[in-house]
Design a protein around this ligand. Structure first.
Ligand code: 8DG
Ligand code: MG
Length: 129
């Protein structure tokens, strides 16, 4: 199986909240909460992909990022490589431009949301910071 390279943004605001978006139910891992992001296209760096995806999906202009972690995860039907960056500078008001629900979740309440299995180490890390 070909591993899919995904740029993922952990967008943090100044109230220690992180931006979540609901994956449309028809997609892979649909109905779960995700950190916004998407596939890195050919000819694109992961940071270019992150900037593009956050603009397209949640209407945010990314200003400052720092690498958080990478995760390789094998779902039964898909293999992903998540390249995760913290976004600590952005402008705009988050909204779901693709009709998806978005919300700001308190970092210490993240266990209350249903995430794709690959995301568990991200939640662990955010709660240990
Ligand atoms: N964006 C995002 N994707 C995640 C997370 N966790 C996780 O396992 N994934 C997986 C689910 C998908 O298999 C893959 C993302 O691919 P995608 O199909 O949403 O990519 P995309 O936004 O470019 O969508 P598309 O228009 O190309 O279909 O990564 C996460 O927190 N955020
Ligand atoms: Mg996406």
């Amino acid at each position: 199986m070909k591993r899919i390279h995904v740029a993922v943004g952990v967008v943090l605001n100044n109230q220690n909240q992180v931006l979540l978006a609901k994956r449309p139910s028809h997609l892979h891992q649909g109905g779960k909460w995700e950190f916004p992001g998407g596939k890195v296209e050919s000819g694109e760096t992961s940071s270019q992909a992150l900037i593009r995806e956050l603009r397209e999906e949640v209407n945010l202009i990314v200003i400052a990022t720092s690498p958080l972690m990478t995760i390789s995860h094998d779902y039964p039907d898909k293999e992903v490589f998540l390249d995760i960056h913290t976004v600590n500078g952005f402008s705009g008001l988050a909204e779901g431009l693709e009709g998806q629900q978005v919300l700001w979740a308190n970092v210490d309440k993240l266990r209350e949301y249903d995430f794709p299995e690959a995301n568990t180490p991200i939640i662990d890390k955010l709660q240990s910071l």
